[in-house]
Design a protein around this ligand. Sequence first.
Ligand code: SF4
Length: 198
Amino acid sequence: MTILYEFEGGLYVNLTNACTCACVFCIRGGHDGVGDADSLWLERDPTEDEVLDAFRQHDLSAYREVVFCGFGEPTERLDVLLAACRYIRSVSDIPIRLNTNGLAELSLGKSVAPLFEGLIDTVSISMNAPTAAEYVQVTQPSFGEKAFDAMLQFVRDCKRYVPHVMVTAVDVITPEQAERCRKLAESLGVPFRLRNFT
Ligand code: SF4
Protein backbone atom coordinates (compact mmCIF):
# COMPACT_ATOMS: atom_id res chain seq x y z
CA MET A 1 0.00 0.00 0.00
CA THR A 2 1.62 3.26 -1.12
CA ILE A 3 0.89 6.09 1.33
CA LEU A 4 3.84 8.37 0.50
CA TYR A 5 5.55 8.73 -2.86
CA GLU A 6 8.07 11.05 -4.44
CA PHE A 7 7.29 13.25 -7.40
CA GLU A 8 9.31 16.14 -8.79
CA GLY A 9 11.17 16.72 -5.51
CA GLY A 10 8.02 16.69 -3.39
CA LEU A 11 6.76 14.08 -0.93
CA TYR A 12 3.20 13.25 -1.96
CA VAL A 13 0.53 11.76 0.28
CA ASN A 14 -2.07 9.22 -0.83
CA LEU A 15 -4.78 9.05 1.85
CA THR A 16 -7.70 7.54 -0.06
CA ASN A 17 -9.10 6.55 -3.42
CA ALA A 18 -12.47 8.08 -2.53
CA CYS A 19 -13.59 11.15 -4.43
CA THR A 20 -16.86 13.02 -4.92
CA CYS A 21 -15.97 13.85 -8.54
CA ALA A 22 -15.39 11.80 -11.66
CA CYS A 23 -13.34 14.24 -13.72
CA VAL A 24 -13.10 13.41 -17.40
CA PHE A 25 -9.32 14.00 -17.25
CA CYS A 26 -8.68 12.09 -14.00
CA ILE A 27 -5.29 10.39 -14.19
CA ARG A 28 -6.80 7.35 -12.48
CA GLY A 29 -8.54 6.48 -15.73
CA GLY A 30 -5.31 5.72 -17.59
CA HIS A 31 -2.57 5.22 -15.01
CA ASP A 32 -1.98 3.20 -11.86
CA GLY A 33 0.93 5.16 -10.46
CA VAL A 34 2.67 8.53 -10.35
CA GLY A 35 6.31 9.41 -9.65
CA ASP A 36 8.10 6.55 -7.90
CA ALA A 37 4.83 4.79 -6.99
CA ASP A 38 3.92 1.82 -9.17
CA SER A 39 0.34 1.86 -7.95
CA LEU A 40 -1.65 4.34 -5.91
CA TRP A 41 -4.68 2.09 -5.71
CA LEU A 42 -5.35 1.28 -2.05
CA GLU A 43 -6.90 -1.98 -0.91
CA ARG A 44 -8.29 0.12 1.99
CA ASP A 45 -7.78 3.59 3.40
CA PRO A 46 -4.65 3.72 5.57
CA THR A 47 -5.21 4.38 9.27
CA GLU A 48 -3.91 7.48 11.01
CA ASP A 49 -1.17 5.38 12.67
CA GLU A 50 -0.09 3.96 9.33
CA VAL A 51 0.10 7.44 7.80
CA LEU A 52 2.11 8.84 10.71
CA ASP A 53 4.42 5.79 10.64
CA ALA A 54 5.02 6.38 6.95
CA PHE A 55 6.04 9.96 7.67
CA ARG A 56 8.36 8.87 10.48
CA GLN A 57 10.23 6.71 7.97
CA HIS A 58 11.02 9.72 5.75
CA ASP A 59 13.54 12.50 6.22
CA LEU A 60 11.44 15.55 5.38
CA SER A 61 14.53 17.70 4.84
CA ALA A 62 15.09 15.73 1.60
CA TYR A 63 11.97 17.23 -0.01
CA ARG A 64 10.94 20.69 -1.11
CA GLU A 65 7.32 20.29 0.02
CA VAL A 66 4.69 17.84 1.21
CA VAL A 67 1.68 17.58 -1.08
CA PHE A 68 -1.61 15.96 -0.13
CA CYS A 69 -2.84 14.69 -3.48
CA GLY A 70 -2.84 10.99 -4.36
CA PHE A 71 -5.42 8.91 -6.18
CA GLY A 72 -8.47 10.46 -4.50
CA GLU A 73 -9.70 13.53 -2.64
CA PRO A 74 -7.54 14.07 0.49
CA THR A 75 -10.25 15.93 2.40
CA GLU A 76 -12.39 12.79 2.34
CA ARG A 77 -9.93 11.76 5.12
CA LEU A 78 -9.99 15.12 6.85
CA ASP A 79 -9.10 13.88 10.35
CA VAL A 80 -6.09 11.94 9.09
CA LEU A 81 -5.05 14.83 6.86
CA LEU A 82 -5.05 17.21 9.83
CA ALA A 83 -3.26 14.70 12.09
CA ALA A 84 -0.55 14.29 9.44
CA CYS A 85 -0.19 18.07 9.13
CA ARG A 86 0.14 18.40 12.90
CA TYR A 87 2.85 15.71 12.92
CA ILE A 88 4.73 17.42 10.07
CA ARG A 89 4.51 20.78 11.82
CA SER A 90 5.89 19.20 15.02
CA VAL A 91 9.08 18.04 13.27
CA SER A 92 9.63 20.35 10.30
CA ASP A 93 8.78 23.69 8.72
CA ILE A 94 8.57 22.13 5.25
CA PRO A 95 5.83 23.77 3.13
CA ILE A 96 2.57 21.82 3.05
CA ARG A 97 0.24 21.96 0.05
CA LEU A 98 -3.22 20.49 -0.35
CA ASN A 99 -4.51 19.70 -3.85
CA THR A 100 -8.28 19.45 -3.61
CA ASN A 101 -11.50 19.50 -5.54
CA GLY A 102 -12.72 22.15 -3.10
CA LEU A 103 -15.88 20.25 -2.15
CA ALA A 104 -14.93 19.33 1.43
CA GLU A 105 -17.42 21.66 3.08
CA LEU A 106 -20.24 20.40 0.86
CA SER A 107 -19.23 16.76 1.27
CA LEU A 108 -18.66 16.86 5.03
CA GLY A 109 -21.43 19.35 5.81
CA LYS A 110 -19.26 21.51 8.02
CA SER A 111 -16.79 24.37 7.95
CA VAL A 112 -13.36 23.05 6.99
CA ALA A 113 -11.15 25.96 5.92
CA PRO A 114 -10.59 27.30 9.50
CA LEU A 115 -9.06 23.92 10.42
CA PHE A 116 -6.23 24.59 7.97
CA GLU A 117 -5.01 27.70 9.78
CA GLY A 118 -1.39 27.37 10.88
CA LEU A 119 -1.08 23.92 9.28
CA ILE A 120 -1.37 24.25 5.52
CA ASP A 121 0.64 26.77 3.49
CA THR A 122 -0.99 26.37 0.09
CA VAL A 123 -4.38 25.13 -1.06
CA SER A 124 -4.69 24.45 -4.77
CA ILE A 125 -8.35 24.09 -5.73
CA SER A 126 -9.58 22.54 -8.97
CA MET A 127 -11.87 25.12 -10.57
CA ASN A 128 -11.92 23.29 -13.88
CA ALA A 129 -14.65 25.35 -15.55
CA PRO A 130 -16.08 28.89 -15.51
CA THR A 131 -19.78 28.10 -14.91
CA ALA A 132 -21.79 25.51 -13.00
CA ALA A 133 -23.09 23.85 -16.19
CA GLU A 134 -19.61 23.56 -17.69
CA TYR A 135 -18.16 22.43 -14.34
CA VAL A 136 -20.56 19.51 -14.16
CA GLN A 137 -19.58 18.39 -17.65
CA VAL A 138 -15.88 18.34 -16.77
CA THR A 139 -15.88 17.10 -13.17
CA GLN A 140 -19.14 15.11 -12.91
CA PRO A 141 -19.56 15.78 -9.17
CA SER A 142 -21.94 13.57 -7.20
CA PHE A 143 -23.65 16.74 -5.93
CA GLY A 144 -24.59 18.12 -9.35
CA GLU A 145 -24.43 21.83 -10.21
CA LYS A 146 -24.48 23.09 -6.62
CA ALA A 147 -20.93 21.78 -6.32
CA PHE A 148 -19.66 24.71 -8.40
CA ASP A 149 -20.82 27.41 -5.96
CA ALA A 150 -19.56 25.29 -3.05
CA MET A 151 -16.14 25.12 -4.70
CA LEU A 152 -16.09 28.92 -5.21
CA GLN A 153 -17.12 29.48 -1.59
CA PHE A 154 -14.31 27.17 -0.47
CA VAL A 155 -11.85 29.37 -2.37
CA ARG A 156 -13.13 32.41 -0.47
CA ASP A 157 -13.07 30.54 2.86
CA CYS A 158 -9.51 29.24 2.37
CA LYS A 159 -8.28 32.75 1.59
CA ARG A 160 -9.15 33.72 5.16
CA TYR A 161 -7.09 30.95 6.77
CA VAL A 162 -4.35 29.85 4.36
CA PRO A 163 -1.44 32.02 3.13
CA HIS A 164 -1.55 30.84 -0.50
CA VAL A 165 -4.69 29.83 -2.37
CA MET A 166 -4.77 29.15 -6.10
CA VAL A 167 -7.19 27.63 -8.58
CA THR A 168 -6.46 25.40 -11.53
CA ALA A 169 -8.04 23.91 -14.62
CA VAL A 170 -6.83 21.22 -16.98
CA ASP A 171 -6.44 22.10 -20.64
CA VAL A 172 -9.18 19.71 -21.74
CA ILE A 173 -11.33 22.87 -21.73
CA THR A 174 -11.13 25.34 -24.61
CA PRO A 175 -8.82 28.39 -24.50
CA GLU A 176 -11.96 30.54 -24.32
CA GLN A 177 -13.19 28.61 -21.26
CA ALA A 178 -9.74 28.87 -19.72
CA GLU A 179 -9.80 32.62 -20.22
CA ARG A 180 -13.16 32.83 -18.42
CA CYS A 181 -11.68 30.72 -15.59
CA ARG A 182 -8.78 33.15 -15.41
CA LYS A 183 -11.17 36.08 -15.10
CA LEU A 184 -13.22 34.29 -12.46
CA ALA A 185 -10.05 33.59 -10.48
CA GLU A 186 -9.12 37.25 -10.79
CA SER A 187 -12.51 38.25 -9.39
CA LEU A 188 -11.87 35.91 -6.44
CA GLY A 189 -8.42 37.44 -5.92
CA VAL A 190 -6.44 34.23 -6.48
CA PRO A 191 -3.95 33.09 -9.14
CA PHE A 192 -5.08 30.72 -11.89
CA ARG A 193 -2.97 28.00 -13.45
CA LEU A 194 -3.86 25.99 -16.54
CA ARG A 195 -2.42 22.50 -16.18
CA ASN A 196 -1.43 20.20 -19.04
CA PHE A 197 -3.49 17.08 -19.57
CA THR A 198 -1.04 14.19 -19.48
S1 SF4 B 1 -11.10 15.48 -8.16
FE1 SF4 B 1 -9.08 14.60 -8.58
S2 SF4 B 1 -9.20 12.45 -7.89
FE2 SF4 B 1 -11.30 13.23 -8.03
S3 SF4 B 1 -11.97 12.58 -10.08
FE3 SF4 B 1 -11.18 14.71 -10.24
S4 SF4 B 1 -9.01 14.48 -10.82
FE4 SF4 B 1 -9.73 12.46 -10.06
